[in-house]
Ligand binder design. Sequence first.
Ligand code: GAR
Length: 215
Amino acid sequence: MKDPLPIVVLVSGSGSNLQAIMDAIAAGELPARIQAVISNRPGVRALERAQHAGIATEVVDHTAYDSREAYDQALMAAIDRHRPALVVLAGFMRILTPEFVRHYRGRLLNIHPALLPRHKGLDTHRRALEAGDTEHGATVHFVTEELDSGPPIVQARVPVRPDDTPETLAARVLEKEHRIYPLAIRWFAEGRLRERDGRAVLDGRPLDEPVVVDP
Ligand code: GAR
């Protein structure tokens, strides 16, 4: 069997996606090893979750740096010490510099709580409700220099209900996130998923549209 894929996970908050990834690894469903979990914020739940699982944690606090460039340099240095084959953004709430993105091109994944290209940026659940969307969801994509615009890999969709609030909708979407993020990482770890010429390629087939996981 191949060695597990070394990954570094970047977090800023609750870390429920991190938990889903750790659970999938523990269940033998994801051939990866988390070398470190790095947060830009101290004291967040994601760090506790990692420590509880015996995973190395680090805080690279953005408030200690004068510029985005200086911060991203420090972050890259912290990540690269662990020699990851893949860097996983799991609720990492920072805009990344072009230099950072270029450095990890093809080995940097993000999960976004919307059906990209709809609702890039923040506050996606409220915006989906305000737009009257009947369907909402989450997307895993390779990260490129343009915010939330990299090649999509996999999407999960949920219905929007008439009585939804941003919170109820977020909870429904999050459940799906926990399914599709370990799945996309597994494809990458198994060598089935790559980025080529600005497109995700799965099993040798360039994806014009993301794979849609059944509701
Ligand atoms: C998730 O919903 C994730 O999609 C979102 O933050 C939440 C993190 O939750 N990410 C973004 O909005 C990125 N722009 P978690 O910390 O419990 O995994």
